[in-house]
Design a protein around this ligand. Sequence first.
Ligand SMILES: NC(=O)c1ccc[n+]([C@@H]2O[C@H](COP(=O)([O-])OP(=O)(O)OC[C@H]3O[C@@H](n4cnc5c(N)ncnc54)[C@H](OP(=O)(O)O)[C@@H]3O)[C@@H](O)[C@H]2O)c1
Length: 378
Amino acid sequence: MKYRTFPKTGEKISLLGFGTMRLPVEKKGQSARINETEAIRMIRTAIDRGVNYVDTAYTYHDGFSEVVLGKALKDGYREKVFIADKMPVWILKEDGDPEKIFDEQLKRLDVDCIDMYLVHNVTAPLWKRALKYNILELLEKKKAEGKVKHIGFSFHDNFEFFKEVIEAYPWDFCQIQLNYMDADFQAGVKGLKFAGSKGIPVIIMEPLKGGKLTDILPPSIEDFWAQAPIKRTPAEWALRWIANFPEVLVILSGMTSIEQVDENIRVLSKADPNSLTEAELEIINNVAAEYNKLIKYSCTGCEYCIPCPEKISIPAIIGFYNDWHLYHESPKVKVDFKTWISPKALPSVCKSCKICEGRCPQQLPISDIMKKSQSIFE
Ligand SMILES: NC(=O)c1ccc[n+]([C@@H]2O[C@H](COP(=O)([O-])OP(=O)(O)OC[C@H]3O[C@@H](n4cnc5c(N)ncnc54)[C@H](OP(=O)(O)O)[C@@H]3O)[C@@H](O)[C@H]2O)c1
């Protein structure tokens, strides 16, 4: 495993971090039912092979991500890792909520201290809420009590606002979404470089766009990779593209199988900064341009939009809508839609309340997408 240096303390952190938002589940679509045995085996295997950064959040897997991570870190594993956890600003209702949630997180994880604590999903409206609920003051108190070591934020808004947030507080680190498709989206590469110029290390989330860059590939994308003179998997190309930036401290991947753990460890055990050639970067740029022609809406399947009051599986429906366009209106996509989407939760059930749109880190026009999906699939 490659390691990079956390500037504040000089500690070495593994380039691959284990994101626990997409752990294997017992039943597809039921994110609270984590396959615990397999998830624990995957997390421990990663740690045994040099991963020392694990990322969770209060809301992942309906709260069970923290619980299962806590179990995985028993038997001496806790001492081997930096734990990252986050304050879900959007669910706060009363002044006492942040501290209650923080205490619950320590209990769920069964630890005394969270190494890296983030204000979760910072966008302009959620930043206002974070200030209203005095989250930074609470985190400083927790730091003084020895319950938090480093304070950061995870970000999902535009570059201009990213600069504002970076300047607003002496952050120890920050976390942004980045992959070769999102180089100019949200904070993007400009944000990465800006944070780097301020000496703030950057953790990367969604490096494979939630699996969209590695799941079944459209034929034209397969052709691009097949024609590349160097043979690499799509995951390897995507991870190497990020590892190429020296400003990156950790690349979080939400691995769902032991094979993915194996591969991502293999790739990030040999990826150095500034190691890709101009020709390699051009291949990746060409693939990104082709995807941009094909993809309609850049949903990453993060599930922040759910639960929907009408119980619509929003990410799944957006996925089918995108697939319809990616795979040239293949009838197979309609068959899959019928298999997976319950007749009680079709896009036409959407009442356009737009609660989901306020939560979506990608700011997608979800109610419009439901209308468009209805006209294709119903
Ligand atoms: N703070 C925030 O606002 C925020 C938001 C999003 C994420 N996060 C954190 O960042 C972490 C990383 O983001 P992410 O989960 O979206 O990461 P990601 O690496 O972009 O996506 C993970 C998905 O990619 C696929 N994958 C992973 N490794 C692969 C490989 N070697 N080959 C083929 N497919 C592979 C899997 O999808 P399939 O199994 O479907 O193939 C997996 O579920 C999250 O787990 C979470 O901890 C934080």
